[in-house]
Ligand binder design. Structure first.
Ligand SMILES: *Cc1c(COP(=O)(O)O)cnc(C)c1O
Length: 370
C-alpha cells in the first residue's frame, strides 16, 4: 500500500476574503453554468519517492485562487490531464448530497490509467468532495434544477520537457454553482453533425475523461455554432458511420415510445454515469433497453418510417435534454412532433427527483456530503 499511502487528514486554511453574502446571493440568483467559483479549493499532491513509488500527500483545503506552476509543467505542453464532473444537491432539509460518486471515482481512475497518471483512492476522492462542500456549503443552490457542480481534476505539474509520465502531479477540486446548462427554459436543442472532425479513434482516449478530447472537439464546436447548433455529434467513420456521442454528452434514441437505444460502449464513448442511470431507470419501468451499434442511416430511416419517437442527450451538466434536430451539411433530420408522453422528460423528472431527494432512492445512489 505504499503506492497510495495517505492520511486522509485534510489541513484547512479558510479564505480570509470570501465573497460577501450579498455577492453570493446575487450570483446564486442566476448562476448560469461554469461562470462563478466558490471560495475554496481542495488540493492533494503526488510525487514519486526515491524508490520510484508514488505517494499522495499534503491534502488540504485552501482559498480559491491562481495556481503557481513552473512554465515547463508537463500539463502545459503535453496535456497530461483528466477530470470529473458531478453535482452536489441541496435537499429540502438543508442536507447536501451527491449522486453515485463511487462511479465517478472509478471512472477517474480508469482515465488516470489511460493518461499514465496515478490512481487516487476512492475514499480520498469522496472525502475531497465532502471537504469542499463543507467549506462552501452556502454555495449549494436550492432552486429548481440547480446544484453545485463539482470539478475534480488531476494535472501533471512536473517541470520537464522530455516525454514521459510526470513524476509530480496535483489533484484538485473546484466548485461552481450551476443552473440550466443550456440557459433559460428546457427546450429541444439542435445539434450539428461533424463530418470532418472526430473526437476519438480506436485505441485513442475517447473513453477517458481528459481535456485533450475536449480540445479536439472545439473546431467542430465552432462549426456547430456557425450553423446555429449548441452541440456536436460525432460518428465513427471506420464503423459504418455509427453514432458515438456528443462532444460532452451521451445520446439516446426512443423507438415507438417503448424502446431505448444507446450506442454500446465501444472504447470511443465516455461511460456516462447519467447514461448508466437512464438505462437502469428505463429497465425498471419495463421499457426495452438496447446498448448496440446505431448508424446514421438507421436514424434517417427511423425518421422516415415514423418509428423514431424521441432523441435526447444526457450528462451530469445538462441532465437530460431533448434533441429536436440533427443538422448536417446536406439537410437535417428532424425529430417528429411527439404524440403522447415524453419518455425523456419523464425519466428526467425521476432522475432529478432522486438527486434532489423528492423521489425515493431505490438503488442507493445518493451519498451525503454535508
Ligand atoms: C462527462 C461526459 C459525458 C457524461 O458523463 P456523465 O457521467 O453522465 O456526466 C459524456 N460524454 C463525454 C465526452 C463526457 O466527457
Amino acid at each position: 500500500m505504499t503506492q497510495n499511502a495517505l492520511s486522509v487528514e485534510f489541513a484547512r486554511r479558510l479564505s480570509e476574503t470570501p465573497k460577501s453574502a450579498e455577492e453570493r446571493a446575487a450570483i446564486l440568483e442566476n448562476p448560469g453554468f461554469g461562470d462563478y467559483f466558490t471560495d475554496h479549493t481542495v488540493v492533494v499532491d503526488w510525487k514519486v519517492d526515491p524508490e520510484g513509488k508514488g505517494g499522495w500527500h499534503n491534502a488540504r483545503v485552501e482559498p480559491y485562487g491562481p495556481i503557481a506552476m513552473d512554465p515547463a509543467a508537463a500539463v502545459l505542453h503535453y496535456g497530461q490531464e483528466i477530470f470529473e464532473g458531478l453535482k452536489a444537491y441541496r435537499h429540502a432539509d438543508g442536507t447536501v448530497w451527491t449522486f453515485r460518486p463511487e462511479a465517478n471515482a472509478h471512472r477517474f481512475n480508469k482515465s488516470a490509467q489511460r493518461l499514465a497518471l496515478p490512481e487516487l483512492p476512492t475514499e480520498v476522492f469522496i472525502e475531497s468532495l465532502r471537504q469542499i462542500v463543507s467549506a462552501d456549503k452556502d454555495w449549494v443552490p436550492n432552486g429548481d434544477g440547480e446544484a453545485l457542480y463539482l470539478r475534480p481534476f488531476m494535472i501533471a505539474t512536473e517541470a520537464f520537457l522530455g516525454v514521459r509520465p510526470a513524476r509530480e502531479v496535483s489533484y484538485r477540486v473546484i466548485a461552481s454553482p450551476a443552473g440550466n446548462y443550456f440557459g433559460g427554459e428546457l427546450k429541444p436543442v439542435s445539434i450539428w453533425l461533424s463530418e470532418h472532425y472526430a473526437r476519438a479513434g480506436h485505441g485513442g482516449t475517447g473513453e477517458a475523461k481528459c481535456g485533450g478530447n475536449y480540445a479536439a472537439s472545439l473546431a467542430a464546436q465552432l462549426e456547430a455554432e456557425a450553423n446555429g447548433c449548441k452541440q456536436v455529434l460525432f460518428l465513427d467513420p471506420t464503423n459504418d458511420f455509427a453514432v458515438d456521442e456528443l462532444g460532452g454528452m451521451n445520446i439516446f434514441f426512443v423507438f415507438n415510445g417503448d424502446t431505448l437505444v444507446t450506442p454500446a460502449l465501444n472504447g470511443n464513448i465516455l461511460h456516462g454515469v447519467t447514461r448508466d442511470s437512464v438505462l437502469q431507470l428505463a429497465s425498471d419501468r419495463g421499457l426495452t433497453v438496447e446498448e448496440r451499434k446505431i448508424t446514421i442511416d438507421e436514424w434517417r430511416q427511423a425518421v422516415a418510417d415514423g418509428t423514431l419517437t424521441e432523441v435526447f442527450a444526457c450528462g451530469t451538466a445538462a441532465v437530460i435534454t431533448p434533441i429536436g434536430e440533427l443538422k448536417t451539411a446536406d439537410g437535417s433530420l428532424v425529430t417528429p412532433e411527439l404524440k403522447g408522453e415524453s419518455v425523456a422528460m419523464s425519466i428526467r423528472e425521476q432522475l432529478l427527483g432522486i438527486q434532489t431527494g423528492t423521489v425515493e432512492d431505490l438503488h442507493g445512489w445518493l451519498t451525503q456530503l454535508a
